[in-house]
Design a protein around this ligand. Structure first.
Ligand code: DSN
Length: 429
């Protein structure tokens, strides 16, 4: 048998080191998560190497009998879980889902309305992101940075002034629901299609612990499927289309608009995730929100500048900290990483530099997936205090982080509960 090359060994060793780093770390990036053992099986299957362009039953390739069965079942699961008439499991990421919606619902040269990047919107809403790629202009909504949500009157004014064909909502720093209900009359008056980027909060929506956009005025949700929704790295479009034309446009937007093949192994894993969330989603999402509130409170009690303090800190998986006085987002994130706590620096309203913003964004969806409860958030907050406020030696804090994390290496809220979350399966010696 041919021996494994040095390059191949190098790659594998570094992937194993990465696994081990996360096994010994506290993961608090608000856009990440772990997947269940059954989903891993799907990722490892022959679906990985196959093509299935088109809609199930109307493919351009042979060999898709079982792929079609799986995808059709997944579409049904998604429609049931999110109570909608249309689901497309083919977008290969959240940004690709966004591009598909743009392709379907807009034409170059038009103007859409969207939240501003500096207020926590996703890069695909920016001129240098997918919106610009589609050749669109954007008018942004005013933001209430005390409440960390859209300024309702200002947003209504923008909608009335611009009268966009498409109004986009949804954030990457997503602390509170979008005031869709409050704006519903304006949507009707303007006649716009309401599009909700639900990537960050998809698992909370599935678990009934956040807002329910499709019941509150949104026509379309685009999302990635690996944040609070603990599925594979993939995307999804969900909708109650206004008419058949819109449904067809959404389908065409995904294929042939912005995808060719749709990564069938991920699609199969997504089907499992949809089923798992219909069983475990409610308790998982409930615990995520409890944990983020507990984390925010513990950090606030230790003197941290937790945003939206007068408004309950958060109603989602995310917590935002202003750490400008502690050296800024960049320096604080690096210091935390040196003690095996993984977060990201984040723009806060008013920030200009994305390289050195004043914020940190934290998310509790992954630690919750590993079984942490509100009491464990106290422990995490104390690590933050020791590092960032008391300036304790990161090596000492790191030792305690590793020992704390030993109790949280197994998955919860999925089939095969208790499965080792960081298991690396070697096929070759
Ligand atoms: N950039 C991701 C995030 O961290 O929010 C979303 O795509």
């Amino acid at each position: 048998m041919t021996a494994i090359s040095r390059n191949a060994k190098f790659v594998r060793e570094n992937v194993i080191l990465h696994n081990s780093f996360f096994e010994n770390s506290i993961p608090l990036i608000a856009s990440e998560n772990l997947i269940s053992p059954l989903q891993r099986e799907m990722l490892n299957s022959d679906f990985n190497g196959r093509y299935a362009e088109g809609w199930p039953g109307h493919r351009y390739y042979q060999g898709n009998e079982y792929v079609d069965r799986v995808e059709l079942r997944g579409i049904e699961l998604a429609k049931k879980l999110f109570r909608c008439n249309f689901a497309d499991l083919r977008p290969i990421s959240g940004t690709v889902a966004n591009m598909a919606v743009l392709f379907a619902l807009t034409s170059p040269g038009e103007t859409i309305t969207a939240p501003a990047l500096s207020d926590g919107a996703h890069i695909s809403t920016a001129r240098f992101g997918a919106v610009g790629f589609r050749g669109l202009n954007t008018v942004t909504y005013p933001f209430d940075s005390e409440r960390m949500t859209l300024d309702i009157d200002g947003t209504a004014r923008v909608l009335r002034e611009v009268r966009p064909k498409v109004a986009l909502f949804g954030m990457s720093l997503f602390l509170f629901p979008v005031p869709l209900r409050e704006l519903a009359d304006v949507f009707n008056e303007v006649g716009c299609t309401v599009w909700y980027d639900g990537a960050h909060v998809l698992g909370l929506i599935a678990g009934g612990q956040f807002q329910d956009p499709l019941r509150e005025g949104a026509h379309v949700i685009s999302a990635s499927t690996h944040k609070t929704f603990p599925g594979p790295n993939h995307g999804i479009v969900l909708a109650n289309p206004k008419d058949e034309e819109m449904e067809k446009a959404l389908m065409r937007g995904v294929f042939p608009g912005v995808t060719s093949n749709h990564h069938l192994h991920e699609m199969a894993a997504l089907c499992i995730a949809l089923d798992e969330m219909s069983r475990f989603g409610r308790s998982y999402a409930r615990q995520i929100v409890r944990n983020s509130r507990a984390l925010a409170e513990s950090l606030y009690d230790r003197g941290f500048g937790v945003l939206a303090a007068d408004y309950g800190f958060t109603a989602s998986h995310a917590v935002a900290l202003n750490v400008a006085a502690l050296g800024g987002g960049s320096a604080c994130a690096e210091l935390l990483e040196s003690a095996n706590i993984v977060v990201n620096k984040n723009l806060l309203p008013g920030d200009k530099s994305s390289q050195n913003p004043s914020g940190l964004r934290l998310g509790t969806q992954e630690v919750t997936h590993l079984g942490m409860k509100t009491g464990d958030m106290e422990e995490i907050a104390s690590f933050f205090e020791r590092l960032l406020v008391k300036k304790e030696d990161p090596a000492r804090v790191r030792k305690d982080v590793i020992s704390f994390k030993r109790g949280f290496r197994k998955l919860k809220y999925c089939y095969g509960e208790g499965y080792p979350a960081y298991r690396f399966e070697r096929f070759l010696r």
